[in-house]
Design a protein around this ligand. Structure first.
Ligand code: SAM
Length: 254
């Protein structure tokens, strides 16, 4: 699945045993538009093509025994070399792993600036450690839980970083207004109808008063972050201006 080359901002390679899964991000919404417009290019490399036996084996039993199978380093290395050629340049190689650094907005922003990137998705018990040692620059986790394969984590990573490519979102400012981009959760959002099951839209949003609306939204974002993510913001960390804003809207915690 390759898109036409019209100076993509990001050339992505993915090494995966299940390349078909990536159709989930290739055709719909923000990521689909990024691929279809050529903003981002995707090359999929299946290590199964490198298998030399008649069963198409890419994995083997773990040394030392134990359950499950391990993806073999030489096969992955050949697939990665092909992905490097397809992507071009000098791409950073990221392997999806529950043992990696946890994905956050800063990592997504910095990987979006790479220009070329290859993402390796593991399966089974994981990947032979020597492939990691020789070929992988960074292991990335999507959270402290284990899923069955690296494809869904890779798609989460790719989606999160495409949002930071200039021009990927319809509205330029959207990504910077989203949760985490400025260290805060997003404010609540409302659309029609004006009253839903007895709940009215906050009147300030109907006022047409833009500076009031901006202030209210920031106060809401601050209060949500204080309540839901005290690891991101503590009451002592508020600036005088933010404290005053919370006070004005009756949102300063007592
Ligand atoms: N035995 C491994 C462990 O406990 O660390 C888990 C292997 S998992 C079943 C198979 C593959 O799924 C991994 O190689 C990795 O690519 C992917 N994976 C699973 N959980 C992940 C997570 N939280 N973040 C990123 N990738 C993950």
């Amino acid at each position: 699945m390759s898109t036409p080359d019209c100076s993509p901002q990001l050339r992505l390679g993915v090494v995966s045993l299940f390349p078909e899964m990536f159709s989930a991000i290739a055709h719909w919404g923000v990521t689909g538009r990024a691929f279809e417009s050529g903003l981002c290019q995707l090359h999929l490399q299946n290590p199964r093509e490198e298998a030399s036996d008649r069963h198409g084996s890419v994995d083997d039993r773990p040394y030392g025994g134990g359950p499950g199978m391990v993806m073999q380093a030489p096969i992955l290395a050949t697939a990665l070399a092909k992905a490097r050629v397809a992507v071009g340049g000098n791409p950073k190689v990221v392997a999806m792993s529950p043992q990696g650094v946890q994905l956050d907005v800063n990592l997504a922003q910095s990987l979006a600036r790479e220009g070329q990137l290859i993402v390796v998705a593991g399966r089974y018990e994981g990947i032979d450690e020597r492939f990691m040692a020789r070929h992988v620059d960074l292991e990335v986790s999507v959270g402290d839980y284990v899923v069955s394969g690296g494809e869904l984590p890779a798609m989460i990573l790719i989606d999160a970083l495409i949002r930071w490519l200039p021009g990927a979102l319809g509205h330029e400012a959207s990504a910077t207004q989203d949760s985490f981009s400025e260290g805060l959760l997003d404010c609540p959002h409302y659309t029609r109808p004006e009253v839903y099951e007895g709940l009215a839209v906050p009147p300030v949003l109907l006022s047409g008063h833009h500076s009031e609306i901006t202030g209210w939204r920031r106060a809401q974002a601050l209060r949500r972050t204080l309540d839901r993510r005290p690891d991101l913001l503590k009451i002592d960390g508020l600036s005088d201006a933010d404290r005053a804003l919370l006070n004005k809207w009756g949102l300063l915690p007592q």
